[in-house]
Design a protein around this ligand. Structure first.
Ligand code: 6PG
Length: 240
């Protein structure tokens, strides 16, 4: 989906989340949402928060695609950003917010989050392909990473574990992270990618080209079970 600017992208993403949330609540009585980190989604989160009535927060569970191993009040915290922009401003119960708590041992924290996910989606545990998230929102880095799945990292080729601890490449801080892996990301009914600004133009062009998955760019390996939609502004799409 091509929008004029970042504000229009935020509005379109917020509307898409409302649409899937409403359909999920009617069809299944709940809405399982995985939020993206980084900075791009913040405007969409703030728009969602501006009218708390548009999503049935009483039957919504919020998860995170990844987390940086910093305190929740650190400016780099994905949980912190989502709480400030959205979760503290809508009527969602704390037990329906599922943050990734890194603690002092990222590997143990990854196992802990995976156990929480498997408990929450227990009804699907016996099926390797049943959906888990109704919607997963993801950003993309200029190197083609998404969540904290970085090009060439072993976590990209993980096919069993749902959650792993990883180290971001040199130059990308914070380094210690916890990330969802492709086996669970690809059990989302709907995946929404969001990218804005000219700095994302080159990677968006590579990702939307026909040989993107051959390059093993992590963002090219994520596919929703029902839909995968890119929300781009003209700057990121190279149309200005
Ligand atoms: C993270 C994110 C990551 C992010 C991209 C884009 O924790 O860093 O999950 O995948 O979405 O790096 O980040 P921006 O939106 O800040 O460009």
């Amino acid at each position: 989906m091509l929008l004029d600017d970042a504000a229009a992208v935020a509005a379109a993403v917020a509307q898409a989340i409302v649409r899937v949330a409403g359909h999920s609540a009617v069809a299944r009585g709940h809405f399982n949402l995985a939020l993206a980190g980084g900075t791009t989604p913040r405007a969409a989160y703030e728009l969602l928060a501006s009218d708390p009535s548009v999503v049935r927060w009483d039957c919504t569970d919020v998860f995170f695609s990844d987390e940086r191993c910093v305190p929740p009040d650190d400016p780099g915290s994905n949980q912190g950003m989502a709480r400030a922009a959205l979760l503290s401003r809508v009527p969602i119960s704390e037990h329906r917010i599922h943050p990734i708590a890194c603690g002092d041992a990222p590997a143990g924290a990854a196992l802990q989050y995976e156990s929480e996910l498997r408990r929450h989606f227990a009804t699907h545990q016996d099926s390797l392909t049943a959906p888990v998230f109704d919607l997963t929102l993801l950003g993309v880095g200029t190197d083609g990473h998404t969540a904290s799945l970085f090009p060439g990292d072993r976590a990209v080729s993980e096919r069993e574990r749902w959650v792993l601890s990883v180290g971001a490449p040199a130059g990308i801080a914070p380094r210690d992270r916890i990330t969802l892996t492709l086996p669970i990301l690809n059990r989302s009914r709907h995946v929404l990618f969001i990218a804005t600004g000219t700095e994302k133009r080159a990677i968006v062009r590579r990702l939307l080209s026909e040989n993107a998955s051959a390059e093993s760019l992590p963002a090219a390996l994520v596919r929703g079970l029902e839909s995968t939609t890119w929300f781009l502004d003209h700057a990121a799409a190279g149309k200005d």
